[in-house]
Structures are given as C-alpha cells and as structure tokens.
Design a protein around this ligand. Structure first.
Ligand code: MSP
Length: 615
C-alpha cells in the first residue's frame, strides 16, 4: 500500500564545507527517499542549513564579513556538494528564509499562549561549538563534555521554556511509541535522561543579534536550536512539501547520535506545547572515524566526499558508506577498504555479472525465456524491502549482493557455453536477475543503475519490479565499474592520504637543555650593511654584540635592502664556527624565519641592549 513518507537530515551549520559525516547522513536519507519513490510512495526529502547562532556570528566576524554573506557562501557549498552526490532532496531550507522565520515566531506564540514561556534571568555555562547550555554538573573539569574545551559563562535575561512540565507526557509518549527513538541504545539513553528530571530551558539570547527576533520582545533572539528544529515543520508549509506534517505521514528524522537530546526530548516537547503532531521516528546513526582516529582539521584527516566521488565515481562512494556499517553503529573509514570493496563487490561481483550476461546474449544471439526461479527472487526482494522499511540500508545491500553472487555462481554452474546447455533458459534467468537488480539498486547507485538499464536496453524508469518478464534488447556491455589496478591504487591512496606533518621529534632528534645552553645567543644590532660583490643573495653586515663587533655574511639580499637594516636589532648566534663565504669572512649568524628564502628577520618585541643574552 502506497503511503506518504517524509525524511529529513539535520540542517547543517554553515561553518565550513561538508565532509564525510555530513555526506553520510544525507546519502542515507537520499537512499531512503529513493527507495520510497521506487515503491510508489508519495515521498518528500528535506535538507538544508542552520544559518543562525553565536557560532556563525563569531566566525563571520573573524572573517570580517557579514553573517549573511558568510552563511551564503557555505550554504552554496552544501547545495553544490549535494548536486554532485546525486542527492534528490525536494527542497533545501535555510533558517534565514523569511517564511521559516515567520513559522518560528508562530510556534513561539503558540507555546507562549499555552503558558509554557516565561521571562527569567539565566546564569550558567554555554558551549558555542555545541550551541548548548550546560549545568555545572554536566561539565568535565570546567570543559564541555563534547568538545573538551572551556565553556563560557553566560549571565543574561532570558526567556525560558517549561520543559519540566513535559517530563511525564514525554515518558508516556516514549512508552506508547517505541518506534520514536531508534536504535534501542539511544532510546534507553534518552529515557534515562528524561527520568533523571527535566529542567526548564533557556530559549532566547540577548548578547548577539544573529537569529530570529523573539516576537514582541526587543533585543531577544530565539535560541538557535529552537529555530533550527522548527525547520522540519516550517518546510511543510511550503508548496513543495505542503501537507507533510499531517497525521498520516510517516516522518523520519535522520540524525547523528550526538544530537539525540535535541531531537528526542526538546523537539517533541516543543511540538506537544504547540499542539502539533510528533515525528514518527528519530533515528540516530553512529559516527565515522578515519583510520581509527577522530576526523579533525587539526589532524588533517578530514575526508572530502567530493574528491573521492570525482576519482572513483559517486556511486562507488555512496555504496561504500551505505554498505560498510549498519545504520546506528559507529564506523571507521579507510581508503584502503573503500578500494577493496570497489574491486571485489562493484567491479567483480556486480560488474562481472552484467558483463558476462550481456556478453553471452550477444554471442549466442538468442531470445531468452525466463522462469526466474533459481534465485528465490521474490523472497529476497521482500527481505530487501523489510530492511529498507526498518532503516537498514546496509542489510538491504547485503541481500542484493547475495543475489549478485548467486547469479555469478549460477552461470558457472550451468555453463551456458557448453554445446548441450539450455541456453535460452539460463540466459533468460540471469538477464531477468540483472533487470530486477537494475531497479533495486537505484536507491544506492542512482547513476550506475540507469547505466545498467541502458545496457540492458530497458527504457523503463526505475520502479518496484513486477514479475512479468519484459522484452528488452540488450546492447554491448561496457564495464560498469572499471577495475582499479595496483598502480592506480597507489596513485589514488597517495592523493587521498597525503603524508601528515612530521611526527613530534623522536628521542634521537631531541636535544637536552645543556646542549641548548651551548648556543651563545645574544641581541645584536646592525651597524652597517652592504652587498657582497657578484653574490645576488648575500649581504655583508657588521653587528654590535655588546662586547665586540662581528662581521657576518647573510643570505637576505633578496628580502632586505642594505639601508633598511642599519639600526635593526636581531638575535645573533655568536659562537658559530667562523667560515669564509664568497671570499668574505663570517663570524656568527643572524636568526631569521624562512626556509629556502628568508621571510623575516628575528627581532625583539621590546628594546634590549646589544649583547643581552637570549635564552
Ligand atoms: N545544526 C545542527 C543540527 C540542527 S538540526 C535541527 C548541527 N549541524 S552540524 O553541521 O554540526 O551537523 C551535524 C550532523 O552531521 C550530525 O548529526 C551528523 O548527521 C553529521 N556528522 C558530522 N560529523 C560526523 C561524523 N564524523 N560521522 C557521522 N556523522 C557526523 O549539528
């Protein structure tokens, strides 16, 4: 029975370009939406950006641009990335969209009319990266438990939401709707949190202005999470999603596990207060690490989904992240594993099945007949559907790969190349299998599934397969996923995982304090400077080092003119063994920044007399 299905991703902060983690949620949501369309369900899929809040305001300020210009730039980056990854969202919402802002204010008014909002004074802790208030008890040694960074003290007038009032209604709702929070571990976590007691929460800020104005309350902007969560509902007041907050719609919010409290406690409470229905399911997926480490800019291991998709094809990337971990579990991303799965499962298993089948049809030139029995197709397909309904795309893919492997084994076993083999039957069966697969794979491999149907000569769009065999005219096969050979593999790995910065010095590279003390470093003042004849890069300097005058040759002529240098104070190494450079004696060295070429001379941030020791 066709139904109405509505799936969402979190709306992403416009603080940077999307990475593997953001692409993951969005691709899973996309696969679910495509699956439901395939079934003929009336489907809507929403994603977008979270433009407001203190985090974005500060980043914009640091970049010396307006928050709007800052948000626009990254919202565009998200839009472009989703286009490149074949994401089929029906709308893209931004919290700065005027109609969304109006809905946030509407919701606020409804909650206020219910008597759930009151004015108070807030004093507590705030983590800007989380955009979250913390109680003293929740902090870990004064640090945010998520970011492990110091939190900020907030003391301001603030509106509160009576969350405490919803403790019992929420618990009753969770008990009656076990499907609301998934998977089980998150449901237990959230329920334990609510049972532990709910405090009223602050829902407005006054110390910055980048947000939705609180209705009739000058100076207050709506707390960014109340603003952001409302997006799921406000989008359904637009033409593209109209009516998708109605009671009959299956609404699935797909999120990362770190934001379960906002989605499974605050959001349902806000909705109850406003008299609106709740989502059907909040599904919390796990987190990706990269080669066992947390993904971070500092570590330089952030995975860019666009680079991988360009090099390997969008569908290969989609396939890997959908297949590698069951939805809900944490996963570890490795570029090696990506290539291994590519060769084994895409190039070999699936690619070969289609290739061999079409090759034989072409060679034997026969009109195939099919009875599709040998693969237990009907059964497998209903299991595939069940997994998708249960939000388990990795299991649905496993089901399909069982079929793919059965197809290859069937060809090996039946050996249609033998003169006495019943070719029309055998080829008919595998051809039918390829046809069905070209439909069922569409949610995962939207681009290659179209190519499969093209090669099979099917002019039908993807839909849930019917069992009547259809006539189709296969064309000559070209590899769906060309194999990656060892050379190419090396090349790709070198490109994707560039060498990290040198690790911290090993014991042998370290020097002791005593060794350091052997350096006679002092303040030196340049008394004179002149070019060294026939040496473009060199200057000859006389340096006053307090107790003596020294002559040195320095490779700084391309960065400094002699007259700029006279009078400058620099750091001078006085006990360097003298040397003769281009015929000029050099007795020491001035310290400077730069590797091949000097960028800047060392200096002092306050005055100090020539000869002062530097340590
Ligand atoms: N703006 C809020 C969400 C508001 S929704 C009403 C936000 N944005 S975010 O840009 O930080 O995106 C967080 C989401 O990105 C996570 O919930 C998850 O979907 C995804 N991921 C970010 N890093 C991730 C991993 N390393 N692994 C998997 N997904 C993660 O929070």
């Amino acid at each position: 029975m066709a139904k109405r299905f509505y799936v969402t991703t979190p709306i992403y902060y416009v603080s940077d370009v999307p990475h593997l983690g953001h692409a993951y949620t969005t691709i899973v949501a996309d696969a679910l939406a495509r699956y439901h369309r395939l079934r003929g369900d009336d489907t809507r899929f929403l994603t977008g950006t979270d433009d407001h809040g203190q985090k974005i305001a500060r980043l914009a300020e640091a970049a010396s641009v307006s928050p709007r210009a800052f948000a626009d730039k990254f919202a565009d980056a998200y839009r472009a990335a989703w286009r490149a990854l074949e994401i089929s969202n029906d709308d893209f919402i931004r919290t700065t969209d005027p109609d969304h802002e109006a809905t946030v204010q509407d919701l606020w008014r409804r909650m206020a009319e219910k008597g759930d909002i009151y004015l108070g004074d807030y004093e507590g802790w705030y983590c800007v990266p989380c955009e979250q208030f913390y109680t003293e008890k929740e902090l870990e040694k004064g640090h945010c438990p998520v970011h492990k960074k110091p939190v900020e003290k907030v003391k301001e007038q603030s509106y509160y939401f009576r969350l405490s009032k919803y403790q019992e209604p929420l618990l009753a709702y969770y008990a009656a709707h076990p499907e609301l929070i998934q998977p089980e571990v998150r449901r237990n976590e959230v329920m334990a949190f609510v049972r532990g007691g709910l405090q009223d929460i602050s829902i407005s800020r006054t110390t910055f202005q980048w947000g939705v104005p609180v209705p009739e309350a000058k100076g207050h902007v709506v707390y960014v999470w109340l603003d952001a969560l409302t997006n799921y509902y406000s989008a359904t007041r637009r033409p593209a999603l109209a009516g998708f907050w109605d009671d009959d719609v299956e609404i699935v919010h797909l999120i990362g596990k770190e934001i379960s409290r906002f989605h499974a406690v605050y959001w349902p409470a806000f909705l109850m207060s406003a008299g609106l229905r709740l989502p059907t399911t909040v599904f919390c997926h796990g987190w990706w690490t990269v080669d066992g480490e947390k993904m971070s800019k500092t570590l330089g291991n952030v995975v860019d989904p666009l680079v991988l998709s360009q090099d390997l094809g969008v569908d290969a990337f989609r396939y890997f992240i959908l297949r590698e971990v069951p939805l809900g579990a944490d996963g570890d991303f490795s570029h090696e594993a990506l290539l291994t799965r590519y060769n084994a499962e895409l190039a070999n298993d699936l690619g070969n099945l289609l290739n061999r089948t079409l090759g034989m049809v072409h060679k034997y030139g026969i009109v195939p007949k099919s009875n599709i029995d040998p693969f237990d197709l009907e059964n497998r397909v209903s299991r595939y559907s069940k997994h998708m309904e249960e939000l388990q795309p990795s299991r649905a893919l496993e089901e399909l790969w069982t079929l793919v492997r059965k197809g290859n084994a069937f060809i090996d076993e039946k050996a249609p190349w033998k003169p006495d083999a019943p070719r029309p039957q055998i080829l008919g069966d595998v051809l039918e299998l390829c046809r069905v697969l070209s439909h069922l794979l569409e949610p995962f491999l939207p681009e290659r599934a179209v190519e499969m149907r093209r090669q099979l000569g099917l002019d039908e769009p993807a839909h849930f397969p019917s069992w009547q065999s259809r006539t189709f005219a296969p064309t000559v096969a070209t590899p769906l996923f060309p194999r990656i050979d060892d050379d190419r593999k090396k090349e790709l790995l070198a490109k994707w995982t560039p060498k990290r910065e040198a690790p911290p010095a090993s014991d042998e590279d370290q020097i002791t304090f005593e060794q350091f003390q052997k350096l006679d470093l002092r303040v030196g003042q340049v008394l004179s400077a002149e070019p060294v004849p026939k040496a473009k890069k060199l200057l000859q300097l006389t340096i006053d080092i307090g107790t003596a005058k020294r002559q040195v040759v320095a490779g700084i002529a391309e960065t400094y003119r002699p007259e700029e240098l006279v009078g400058k104070k620099v750091i001078f190494l006085a006990n360097l063994k003298p040397a003769t450079i281009r015929g000029v004696r050099s007795e020491g060295m001035i310290l400077a920044a730069g590797d091949e070429q000097v960028v800047a001379l060392s200096g002092l941030d306050r005055d100090a007399a020539p000869g002062t020791k530097v340590r």
